[in-house]
Design a protein around this ligand. Structure first.
Ligand code: TEU
Ligand code: CA
Length: 563
């Protein structure tokens, strides 16, 4: 069976600002990335997902784009980009660009023109509405980064919609000229030779005509029923596919928060002609009384139910992404594992094993392969991210909730956890920059860094390297049927993968204590493909040590028959 390359690929996400600084200004850049390609090659990844590198005033670190066909000055030049692409391709690594087209920056030329008035050529490029009779916002919707989703523009005398910050006005996809501009821009990048697009909040591009108040959740009304998976989103993606995507050999992944498995089968269905895969968040969403700001973890039984449902309901129909973290999420080992010294390495390897043996395209977020951890924030002045800054203001400074109560919630999930500089070595600033980094380095860099990992054969890095290699070696990992075992265990995540006569048993303990479960005996004669307590240190007796993980493989002939 020959699967498309993106089904067999492993993706590594780079957040350029924090990856590697080449010129000492404290900000990661394109040349910095190029200088670390050999490191990525060694890890064995196939694709880089590059978070936005386009011209941007950086209200949201590049997710607010003022020119789609220029490089952000701080990151370098278009020549630097071409060199990065060339050098990556030389090493067999593909580059997938972040496509942020639900909104632009308010400094984009289109918006600058649009705010001049209704009648100009750009008048209808964004979503403009008159205020209510008393001049208030057209409706009660709240923006993702706090405040109303509407901003009044004096110049034009109307409100514009921004589902994120007010410096990120939403484009009007119902205007065919907007779609044409976006498709032409995409085509320009494809002609350059890039290998695909990760599409930012692509499920939000189509909005309902009618925009009534939303149900009040937290402080504002919810826009989701009117803006997420909106009426024409599939029509627009099919058009995009026809006009651009289908003409090139690309990988396309749609960021689709709040998607169900059924909807995913439309966005990323094999025969739908839209995208290759979705990137969905059900397993990382834990909402509480302060919305996403929550210090609780999801019970393991629920996590298993969610991940397993995505495995079985997409099988043979659509394709999913596999991830524990990204630039918007806290560090995986701090959230799902245990980042205290005795367990950090073990639990980071366990998490990697659990995810990488599933069906889908795995994503590794920079530093995850080192077991990088959350940042020890001292106070709100440590935040750099617009979302955390606004959330702290809106919940705490307003007096709605005490600092004491809110602090553990916001520090646990703040996006800034993921954005501290990559830890390359134990020299000052972790080798990320020779200057002052734009965000402080996590003080644990002396211990947790790439150089140390490369020198230690038992490091998290080499565990990832092995998992990536296994995916290339065993088709059952890419294509096998998935079966959850022990659904009721709150300690152990175990599943099988089955393809023709080949079978895998994946056993992962999410517990800090020893546990005992019963495992299918037929795997006793299997080969251990990987384990986090040492290659031959595993057993099917069901006694699992803290955060133990192993994979047993049986091929048709050697597998023992079940009793
Ligand atoms: O994120 C969109 C998104 O789905 C949000 O939930 C985001 O995760 C945020 O944390 C809200 O809680 C994408 C990008 O990944 C993010 O970095 C951008 O800030 C955002 O879109 C706007 O472009
Ligand atoms: Ca720099």
């Amino acid at each position: 069976m020959c699967e498309p390359w993106w089904k067999e690929a492993v993706v590594y996400q780079i957040y350029p600002r924090s990856f590697m600084d080449s010129n000492g200004d404290g900000i990661g850049d394109l040349r910095g990335i190029t200088s670390r390609l050999d490191y990525l090659k060694k890890l064995g990844i196939d694709v880089i997902w590059l978070s936005p590198v386009y011209r941007s005033p950086n209200d949201d670190n590049g997710y607010d784009i003022s020119d789609y066909q220029e490089i952000m000055e701080e990151f370098g030049t278009m020549e630097d980009f071409d060199e990065l692409l060339f050098q990556a391709h030389e090493r067999g690594i593909r580059i997938v660009m972040d496509l942020v087209v639900n909104h632009t920056s308010d400094e984009h030329r289109w918006f600058v023109e649009s705010r001049k008035g209704k009648d100009g050529p750009y008048g209808d490029y964004y979503i403009w509405r008159d205020g209510k009779e008393d001049g208030r916002e057209p409706n009660n919707w709240g923006a993702c980064f706090g405040g109303s989703a509407w901003e009044y523009d004096r110049e034009r005398g109307q409100y514009y919609l921004h589902l994120f910050s007010k410096k990120q006005p939403d484009l009007n996809w119902d205007n065919p000229r907007v779609r044409r501009e976006v498709f032409d821009m995409m085509d320009w990048w494809c002609k350059k030779g890039i290998d695909g697009f990760r599409m930012d909040v692509i499920s939000m591009i189509s909005k309902t005509e009618d925009m009534p108040d939303g149900e009040v959740k937290g402080l504002y009304g919810d826009f989701a029923p009117y803006c997420v998976h909106g009426p024409r989103v599939h029509q627009y993606l099919k058009e995009m596919n026809r006009e651009v995507l289908s003409k090139y050999d690309l990988m396309t992944v749609g960021e689709t928060a709040g998607v169900t498995t059924e909807q995913a089968c439309r966005y990323a269905g094999t025969d739908e002609g839209e995208l290759n895969m979705v990137f969905q968040f059900e397993h990382v969403d834990v909402h509480g009384k302060y919305g996403k700001w929550n210090d609780k973890s999801m019970p393991l039984t629920k996590l298993k139910e969610i991940l397993s449902r995505w495995q079985t309901e997409l099988a043979g129909k659509a394709w999913n992404s596999l991830f524990w973290d990204n630039h918007d999420q806290p560090r995986a080992v701090s959230r799902f594992g245990d980042d205290t010294a005795p367990y950090r390495v073990r639990s980071a390897k366990m998490l990697a094993t659990c995810l990488h043996m599933m069906q889908g395209t795995p994503y590794i977020y920079q530093g995850e392969e080192l077991g990088m951890t959350n940042y020890p924030f001292a106070g709100p002045e440590d935040f750099h991210d617009i979302e955390s800054i606004h959330a702290y203001q809106e919940w705490c400074e307003s007096g709605r909730v005490s600092h004491q109560e809110f602090w553990p919630c916001i520090t646990r999930v703040s996006r800034d956890n993921a954005r501290t500089p990559m830890q390359w070595d134990d020299s000052p600033q972790a080798g990320f920059t020779s200057g002052t980094p734009w965000m402080p380095v996590n003080p644990n860099y002396r211990e947790i860094n790439a150089r140390a990992a490369l020198e230690d054969p038992d490091s998290v890095f080499y565990h990832y390297q092995k998992l990536i290699a296994l995916r290339k070696q065993y088709p059952v990992i890419v294509s096998g049927e998935y079966k959850l075992l022990l659904p009721d265990s709150e300690e152990v995540f175990a599943y099988e993968r089955i393809l023709n006569g080949e079978k895998l048993l994946v056993v992962c303990s999410f517990s800090r204590e020893e546990t005992k479960v019963s495992l299918p005996e037929e795997y006793a004669g299997g080969t251990c493909l990987i384990s986090n307590y040492g290659a031959d240190d595993w057993s099917l007796d069901g006694k699992l040590r803290p955060y133990e993980a192993f994979v047993s493989y049986c091929s048709g002939r050697s597998a023992r028959l079940p009793r």
